[in-house]
Write a protein that binds this ligand. Structure first.
Ligand SMILES: NC(=O)c1ccc[n+]([C@@H]2O[C@H](COP(=O)([O-])OP(=O)(O)OC[C@H]3O[C@@H](n4cnc5c(N)ncnc54)[C@H](O)[C@@H]3O)[C@@H](O)[C@H]2O)c1
Length: 290
């Protein structure tokens, strides 16, 4: 460890979605930096595989097959955490599912299911972890939202977007209520990170990936391990003054206006040359465009 402010030794991290994807990557990152971990996923076998990697690093690990849509199961999960670890320092609130349907056809029960999962479930995790953190006067929560928390995706994402919008407002409210008592609450909002369901959607619509990339100035889709730096930072004391933040993890997607064009340098240089050749006296205008 080169900088002790990023050292998580002695801290306990609860991470949901730990069987694969962003949750697994976040769990591995905080464990690599010293934390003991509680790996939560309804795919208990997948979480067990993550646990085997982490145990090889001599960290204490608990695997829980909790359904994070179920507040009662979440209450039981945290009782188990109390019994095994006696503290919670970091919550990576990551597990969740979407549901795609045209707004005009969306069944209200499907809307309820998505809200139960992403809003009520995320809140119940925050509440259980937050109570314990408040009692000790310290802790950090990293909620996962989405670019759909504040912009619209279309393509049947209405239930998901409604829920993810609530996640950023929940984050701001909890940060406002809890940060002066030592509990920081932040939200990371990814754009398209490759996972099995996104891969399936890109396979069924071959135009989708290139459309995504038109909106991502960094020029590539996200990978699960792109969450790792933020997970370690937010779990660590180095982030002691970061709270209430909505942090894009999106290759520049949110920053770019819908009319913006990524990777446009070549075109601008050509335009610049064409215009300076045609209007060599108009240097001010050409210089501005370049
Ligand atoms: N991948 C993306 O492009 C992207 C973008 C923005 C936001 N997100 C959000 O980030 C989170 C993780 O995404 P991912 O790409 O890692 O997804 P993923 O599908 O690869 O992994 C999700 C994991 O969560 C678990 N899970 C889902 N519902 C659960 C439940 N009710 N109880 C317990 N475990 C449950 C699954 O078993 C799985 O292991 C999701 O909430 C997703 O909406 C993903």
């Amino acid at each position: 460890m080169t900088n002790s402010r990023f050292d998580l030794t002695g801290k306990v991290a609860v991470v949901s979605g730990a069987a694969q994807g962003l949750g697994q990557a976040a769990a591995l990152a905080v464990a690599q930096h010293g934390a003991d971990v509680v790996l939560v996923d309804r795919n208990a076998a997948g979480a067990q595989a993550t646990a085997e990697t982490i145990r090889a690093w001599d960290r204490k690990v608990l695997v829980a097959g909790t359904n994070v849509s179920d507040p009662e199961a979440i209450t039981e999960l945290f009782k188990q955490v109390d019994a095994e670890f006696g503290r919670v320092d970091f919550l990576g609130n990551i597990a969740g599912d979407g549901h795609l349907c045209k707004p005009e056809d969306l069944a209200i029960e499907d809307l309820h299911r998505v809200l139960q999962n992403l809003v009520i479930g995320r809140f119940a995790m925050c509440q259980q972890a937050g109570r314990r953190m408040l009692a000790r006067g310290s802790g950090s929560i990293m909620n996962i939202g989405s670019v759909a928390s504040s912009t619209a995706l279309g393509r049947g994402h209405v239930a998901y977007s409604m829920a993810m919008g609530a996640v950023i407002q929940m984050t701001r409210e909890l940060s406002t209520e809890w940060s002066h008592r030592g509990v920081r609450v932040n939200c990371v909002t990814p754009a398209q990170v490759v996972n099995p369901s996104l891969t399936a959607r890109m396979q069924s619509d071959p135009t989708l990936e290139s459309r995504f990339l038109q909106g991502i100035p960094a020029g590539c889709l996200g990978r699960s391990d792109d969450i790792q730096g933020l997970a370690v930072l937010l779990a660590s004391d180095a982030a002691r003054w970061i709270t209430g933040a909505i942090i894009p993890l999106d290759g520049g997607n949110t920053a770019m206006n819908a009319g913006g064009t990524p990777g446009h340098e070549q075109h601008i240089v050509q335009t610049f040359h064409a215009e300076t050749t045609q209007h060599s006296g108009d240097l001010k205008s050409s210089t501005f465009r370049a």
